[in-house]
Design a protein around this ligand. Sequence first.
Ligand code: S3P
Length: 463
Amino acid sequence: MGRAQPPTSGKYIPTVPILIAQPAATTPARLNGTIAVPGDKSISHRSLILGALTVGESTVHGLLEGDDVLATARALRSYGADIQRGDDGVWRINGLGIGGLMAPSDILDLGNSGTGARLLLGLAASHGVTSIYTGDASLRQRPMERVITPLEQMGAKFAAAPGGRLPITVTGTNRALPIEYRLPVASAQIKSAVLLAGLNAPGQTTVIEPRPSRDHTENMLRHFGAEVTITDDDDGARRITVTGRPELRPQNVAVPGDPSSAAFPIAAALLVPGSEITVTGVGLNPLRAALFDTLRDMGARITEQNRRDDLGEPIADLLVQAGPLKGIEVPPERAPAMIDEYPVLAVIAAFAQGPTVMRGIAELRVKESDRIAAMVTGLTALGVRVEELPDGMIVHGHDGPAPANPGVLIDSEMDHRIAMSFLVYGLAAQGPVHVDGCDMIETSFPGFADLMNILGGRIGAPA
Ligand code: S3P
């Protein structure tokens, strides 16, 4: 990705790469082919963390080598874990055992990664070492008191920047207390922080979540040999209990393709008329894959092939065919299972017939950016009618190619998913779309533009 001047203003000095996405020059401009997307980000973080807590060698195939996961690998090395990438692309981890983290000699910079920061703060809380965490400008804006509150109850001490933000110094304890903690929001990051802290606490640590969130931590803990029990209450809440101080056993992890990354080529294939693509090996954990149910409700043709299972995580190849879509009201209770997919859904909605109503997603305001505001601002600038709600948005679709007002430069707001969403928009819109801050795509989807172009897309630096 090269640096380039923006399309409109001579005064602007670009500090980050700009990409332009436009409908393919071929007639018809359809997308075609078979691709695999990089490994699942959530599972990649967790495989490194659990490998680092296990004595003996664990291997990870298909690890996402994006900036976020690499930051987690660096932090775990600072705690003393031996983590190597072989020339064969396989990652090998020789861990320290639960309780074995050593004091890092430098500040731990988690870059853009909320998952890395929150999960590692949990881990650090129940080890008797002091660590200092920071991150990039986006991560330093994100709320951390959501993990500090339960981890303080377990006995860790925190000194945070105003508003409970990074940088944070955490002084962990080797005598952590097991707790029962009810999450204020359905968040896999808070849940995982508490469960990971509970690994080095005597007895049982329980998290109660109002609605089930992604359960990769629970699945992988069981796979590595920890005792985890899960019960569902009548009111929809879920209770997860981990028994502390287990003897974890080394594992061979094969990371499925990230459904949140697959969402981008799938969206493009649905929107560019005549397209037909297959994305192989996509993770379809039911607590992650609700976007695909929502798209089917909108009329999308998405067919699962070769369904299989690995590590307790369902996987399939997805065949996607373009076709007309209709707007719907997205059931708010689906939100935790598609929380990262609303930006690209908002793009898809702009091409559908009628309004698409998305509510119950206030959590989007504290992601890598305020994703509701970012989508409303960008779509409005391009010419789409969007209503902003405190906890969501309503996108009025164009029943075909959506407008692309010229002279607009979309700001990714340091958010990889905002950047990719608007690039997908540009592949199918009435004209080209320019997006600033596309370097953030490296956090989760290295090679995104190339992969889209292999399918027949046209994403590149503006001339
Ligand atoms: C993640 C959980 C989600 C999600 C994030 C990854 C995880 O965040 O948005 O991209 O790997 O646990 P929350 O737990 O804050 O909802």
